[in-house]
Design a protein. Structure first.
Length: 151
Protein backbone atom coordinates (compact mmCIF):
# COMPACT_ATOMS: atom_id res chain seq x y z
CA UNK A 1 0.00 0.00 0.00
CA UNK A 2 2.85 2.36 0.84
CA UNK A 3 4.49 1.65 -2.52
CA UNK A 4 1.27 2.59 -4.34
CA UNK A 5 0.92 5.80 -2.32
CA UNK A 6 4.54 6.80 -2.95
CA UNK A 7 4.17 6.06 -6.65
CA UNK A 8 0.97 8.11 -6.95
CA UNK A 9 2.32 11.06 -4.98
CA UNK A 10 5.56 10.93 -6.98
CA UNK A 11 3.63 10.93 -10.27
CA UNK A 12 1.44 13.84 -9.16
CA UNK A 13 4.52 15.80 -8.15
CA UNK A 14 6.24 15.12 -11.48
CA UNK A 15 3.02 16.01 -13.34
CA UNK A 16 3.21 19.49 -11.80
CA UNK A 17 5.76 20.25 -14.47
CA UNK A 18 2.91 21.22 -16.81
CA UNK A 19 1.50 24.01 -14.58
CA UNK A 20 5.07 25.19 -13.98
CA UNK A 21 5.69 25.30 -17.72
CA UNK A 22 2.52 27.33 -18.35
CA UNK A 23 3.35 29.72 -15.51
CA UNK A 24 6.86 30.32 -16.83
CA UNK A 25 6.19 30.22 -20.58
CA UNK A 26 3.43 32.82 -20.49
CA UNK A 27 4.72 34.83 -17.52
CA UNK A 28 1.42 34.02 -15.82
CA UNK A 29 3.07 34.20 -12.41
CA UNK A 30 4.05 37.81 -13.10
CA UNK A 31 1.26 39.21 -15.25
CA UNK A 32 -1.86 37.49 -13.88
CA UNK A 33 -1.08 36.12 -10.44
CA UNK A 34 1.57 38.65 -9.38
CA UNK A 35 3.03 35.87 -7.26
CA UNK A 36 6.60 34.65 -7.64
CA UNK A 37 6.12 31.93 -5.01
CA UNK A 38 4.04 29.50 -7.04
CA UNK A 39 6.72 28.62 -9.64
CA UNK A 40 9.24 28.13 -6.85
CA UNK A 41 6.80 25.96 -4.92
CA UNK A 42 6.04 23.87 -7.97
CA UNK A 43 9.73 23.34 -8.67
CA UNK A 44 10.14 22.06 -5.10
CA UNK A 45 7.43 19.41 -5.59
CA UNK A 46 8.68 18.50 -9.06
CA UNK A 47 12.19 17.91 -7.71
CA UNK A 48 10.83 15.65 -4.94
CA UNK A 49 8.68 13.59 -7.34
CA UNK A 50 11.37 11.41 -8.99
CA UNK A 51 12.85 10.60 -5.59
CA UNK A 52 9.46 9.43 -4.34
CA UNK A 53 9.13 7.28 -7.45
CA UNK A 54 12.50 5.71 -6.68
CA UNK A 55 11.52 5.21 -3.03
CA UNK A 56 8.35 3.42 -4.14
CA UNK A 57 10.43 0.51 -5.39
CA UNK A 58 11.93 -0.30 -1.96
CA UNK A 59 10.45 1.92 0.76
CA UNK A 60 12.50 0.28 3.52
CA UNK A 61 15.68 1.70 1.97
CA UNK A 62 14.31 5.25 1.85
CA UNK A 63 12.81 5.78 5.31
CA UNK A 64 14.24 9.25 5.85
CA UNK A 65 13.01 10.44 2.43
CA UNK A 66 9.51 9.13 3.13
CA UNK A 67 9.49 10.78 6.55
CA UNK A 68 10.71 14.04 5.01
CA UNK A 69 8.05 13.94 2.27
CA UNK A 70 5.30 13.22 4.80
CA UNK A 71 6.45 16.02 7.14
CA UNK A 72 6.82 18.43 4.24
CA UNK A 73 3.27 17.67 3.04
CA UNK A 74 1.85 18.09 6.54
CA UNK A 75 3.73 21.36 7.07
CA UNK A 76 2.50 22.65 3.70
CA UNK A 77 -1.08 21.68 4.56
CA UNK A 78 -0.80 23.44 7.93
CA UNK A 79 0.37 26.69 6.38
CA UNK A 80 -2.29 26.51 3.68
CA UNK A 81 -4.97 25.90 6.33
CA UNK A 82 -3.91 29.06 8.17
CA UNK A 83 -3.87 31.03 4.92
CA UNK A 84 -7.33 29.76 3.96
CA UNK A 85 -8.82 30.62 7.36
CA UNK A 86 -7.21 34.08 7.26
CA UNK A 87 -8.51 34.66 3.73
CA UNK A 88 -12.04 33.70 4.80
CA UNK A 89 -11.81 36.06 7.78
CA UNK A 90 -11.05 38.89 5.35
CA UNK A 91 -13.85 37.95 2.96
CA UNK A 92 -11.68 36.28 0.32
CA UNK A 93 -12.90 32.88 -0.79
CA UNK A 94 -10.26 30.17 -0.98
CA UNK A 95 -10.83 26.56 -1.80
CA UNK A 96 -9.57 23.83 0.55
CA UNK A 97 -8.17 21.64 -2.27
CA UNK A 98 -4.61 22.80 -1.65
CA UNK A 99 -5.05 21.85 2.01
CA UNK A 100 -6.76 18.47 1.65
CA UNK A 101 -4.48 16.99 -1.02
CA UNK A 102 -1.12 17.52 0.72
CA UNK A 103 -2.59 16.70 4.13
CA UNK A 104 -4.07 13.41 2.99
CA UNK A 105 -0.95 12.35 1.08
CA UNK A 106 1.27 13.31 4.02
CA UNK A 107 -0.94 11.52 6.54
CA UNK A 108 -1.14 8.39 4.42
CA UNK A 109 2.62 8.23 3.85
CA UNK A 110 3.33 8.95 7.51
CA UNK A 111 0.97 6.31 8.88
CA UNK A 112 1.82 3.67 6.28
CA UNK A 113 5.53 4.20 6.82
CA UNK A 114 5.42 4.11 10.62
CA UNK A 115 2.96 1.22 10.67
CA UNK A 116 5.52 -0.82 8.74
CA UNK A 117 8.31 0.48 10.99
CA UNK A 118 6.43 -0.61 14.15
CA UNK A 119 5.84 -4.04 12.63
CA UNK A 120 9.60 -4.45 12.25
CA UNK A 121 10.10 -3.62 15.93
CA UNK A 122 7.52 -6.20 17.00
CA UNK A 123 9.90 -9.07 16.19
CA UNK A 124 11.29 -11.03 19.13
CA UNK A 125 14.53 -9.65 20.54
CA UNK A 126 16.56 -12.63 19.34
CA UNK A 127 15.48 -11.97 15.71
CA UNK A 128 15.76 -8.21 15.60
CA UNK A 129 19.46 -7.47 15.37
CA UNK A 130 21.13 -10.54 14.00
CA UNK A 131 24.51 -9.42 12.80
CA UNK A 132 27.84 -11.11 12.28
CA UNK A 133 30.93 -9.00 12.81
CA UNK A 134 32.72 -9.06 9.48
CA UNK A 135 35.37 -6.54 10.41
CA UNK A 136 38.53 -8.43 9.66
CA UNK A 137 39.57 -10.20 6.52
CA UNK A 138 40.73 -13.20 8.59
CA UNK A 139 37.29 -13.59 10.15
CA UNK A 140 35.57 -13.38 6.75
CA UNK A 141 37.95 -16.01 5.34
CA UNK A 142 37.32 -18.32 8.30
CA UNK A 143 33.57 -18.06 7.66
CA UNK A 144 34.03 -18.84 3.98
CA UNK A 145 36.33 -21.80 4.66
CA UNK A 146 34.02 -23.14 7.36
CA UNK A 147 36.74 -23.45 10.01
CA UNK A 148 37.24 -21.60 13.30
CA UNK A 149 39.25 -18.39 13.31
CA UNK A 150 42.20 -19.82 15.31
CA UNK A 151 43.04 -22.66 12.84
Amino acid sequence: MLQVALGLVGLVYVAMIYPLYTDLAHSKWLLEMKDACEPMFLSWFIALGPFLLLAARKPSLHRSLITFAACQSLAHASVMTIQTVEAWKHGVHRDFTDVVCPASSGEFCWHSHWKNENRAHSLPNNCRNISIPLKTAAFRRSLMDGRPLGD
